[in-house]
Design a protein around this ligand. Structure first.
Ligand SMILES: Cc1cc2nc3c(=O)[nH]c(=O)nc-3n(C[C@H](O)[C@H](O)[C@H](O)COP(=O)(O)O)c2cc1C
Length: 328
């Protein structure tokens, strides 16, 4: 059975739904040695800021039994060098590119977005509002509705109207649905979630935190159920906007969970460090899994678990009613 894999992300159409996640595939140079990047739905670039930045002090990563803890900071060449070198190379290779952008305040986000306007290789912009806001003692924009609204509004106004803007959200909030609605009201064309989850590892020999910065971001299998839950919540909160789901995806069945929860596309990140072919393997496995379950189109599977949950709710309601009826 053949499956129509077209990913429908609002007005953005991708030939398939598997993306390389921001910051885990670089600008494609290294991965291109192992895989045909043009076979990906799209490549999401590392978050680019206005000026070059060398990142945070080392050590900046630590292994855990079920994921990677990292605090690299947004290492990058700055938007001008990025457009001249990285984006030019990606365009030359004919890749579909989603450019992740970041900043320390909304004006910087807007400045970076403006410099991408009209660039033919840019399929969309991902506004990384789940990075620390340096002006606010490391707090994330996405943890605060007003700050999120300010950044997403500024990016949407500054960006090329033809380039959809995806807000990259964090799981580290109590009311994710509210944050998503605020971003939608501020002009977001879709969502990308989740970013890494705040975490810490302490070395029991040195008795000190392993990362130089202490706290880092956890990614990989440990965060997958959190990420699936977040996709589910955002799909319910803002049903009309597309979602790129990420967090611990390492197989086609992992990806299928995200699709069933409401993701229109998925991004593979940490799994790529262990297996550079992971995104394309996930794509092949997802295609097989969709076919095996009778889905002729990816879009038919998007959010499908919500309808099944409604049936479950009905069954639970019926089960709860039964004793009362039997008593009557
Ligand atoms: C080393 C590393 C660097 C990352 N850099 C970025 C980044 O520049 N921008 C961003 O939005 N997310 C970044 N992320 C987050 C990933 O894009 C992804 O959302 C997250 O890791 C969850 O997916 P995963 O478990 O498949 O890695 C980074 C993650 C890692 C592990």
């Amino acid at each position: 059975m053949s499956v129509d894999l077209t990913a429908r992300l609002g007005r953005l159409r991708l030939p398939n739904p598997v993306l390389a996640a921001a910051g885990t595939a670089g600008a494609g140079r290294e991965l291109a040695q192992f895989v045909d990047l043009a076979a990906l739905g799209a490549l999401v670039t590392p978050s680019v800021m206005a000026a070059p930045w060398a990142g945070r002090p080392a050590p900046r990563s630590a292994g855990t039994p079920s994921g990677l803890l990292s605090a690299h900071g947004l290492i990058g060449p700055g938007i001008d060098a990025f457009v001249a070198a990285d984006l030019a190379l990606l365009a030359e290779r004919g890749l579909r590119v989603i450019v992740s952008i970041a900043g320390t305040h909304s004006d910087e986000f807007a400045e970076v977005a403006r410099k991408l306007a009209g660039h033919p290789a840019v399929a969309a912009i991902e506004a990384n509002i789940s990075c620390p806001n340096h002006g606010s003692r490391g707090q994330m924009f996405a943890a605060d509705a007003i700050a999120s609204a300010r950044v997403i509004g500024a990016v949407r106004r500054a960006a090329d109207p033809a380039q959809p803007v995806f807000a990259k959200l964090t799981a580290d909030v109590t009311d994710l649905g509210h944050l998503a609605r605020v971003c939608a009201d501020s002009g977001a064309d879709g969502f990308s979630l989740i970013n890494t989850v705040s975490g810490m590892v302490i070395d029991t020999d040195t008795l000190a935190p392993v990362l130089a910065d202490g706290i880092g971001g956890l990614s990989g299998p440990a965060v997958r159920p959190i990420a699936v839950r977040c996709v589910w919540q955002v799909r319910r909160a803002v049903p009309h906007l597309p979602i790129i789901g990420s967090g611990g995806i390492a197989s086609g069945l992992d990806a299928l969970q995200f699709v069933l929860a409401g993701a229109d596309a998925v991004a593979v990140g940490t799994a790529t460090f262990g297996d550079p072919r992971a995104p394309l393997r996930v794509l092949a496995e997802l295609t097989e899994a969709l076919a095996a379950r009778g889905f002729a189109r990816l879009s038919d599977a998007v959010g499908y678990a919500h309808s099944q949950a409604a049936h479950l709710d009905d069954r639970q309601r019926a089960a709860r009613r039964r004793p009362a009826e039997e008593l009557a």
